[in-house]
Design a protein. Structure first.
Length: 116
């Protein structure tokens, strides 16, 4: 899954309840279930173009909300920071110094709790 699809999936997770049922359903089928626009249209008795308009509109709505709230963007930034810090702390677990390895372990546990 490419980076933009991950972002779009996160948008749906955060803001999907703000969409109409049809927008949420078509967006989910297209991005999470990897159905083509034609397949979705065939299942629902509308044209490929009709599905595209609904999916595109749903994406516009969710991107607009995220521009205002920044929830998804901040979540992505926080997850990246947690990965970097985890990579720095992990080698310290093998330290011969119990105080260092204990601090690293506690810090990693706190990071894991923070990122969930």
């Amino acid at each position: 899954m490419n980076r933009d699809n991950v972002y779009l999936t996160m948008l749906l997770d955060y803001y999907g309840e703000l969409l109409t049922v049809k927008q949420r359903e078509y967006f989910d089928l297209h991005y999470n279930h990897d159905l083509s626009l034609a397949e979705i249209g065939e299942m629902n008795g509308i044209s490929r173009q009709g599905v595209w308009e609904i999916v595109r509109r749903a994406e516009q709505i969710m991107r607009g909300i995220d521009e205002k709230t920044g929830l998804v963007s901040r979540r992505r930034e926080r997850s990246e920071a947690v990965k970097l810090i985890t990579a720095e702390l992990t080698p310290l677990l093998e330290s011969g110094d119990e105080a260092v390895s204990g601090a690293a372990r506690r810090s990693l546990e706190a990071l894991t709790a923070l990122d969930n």
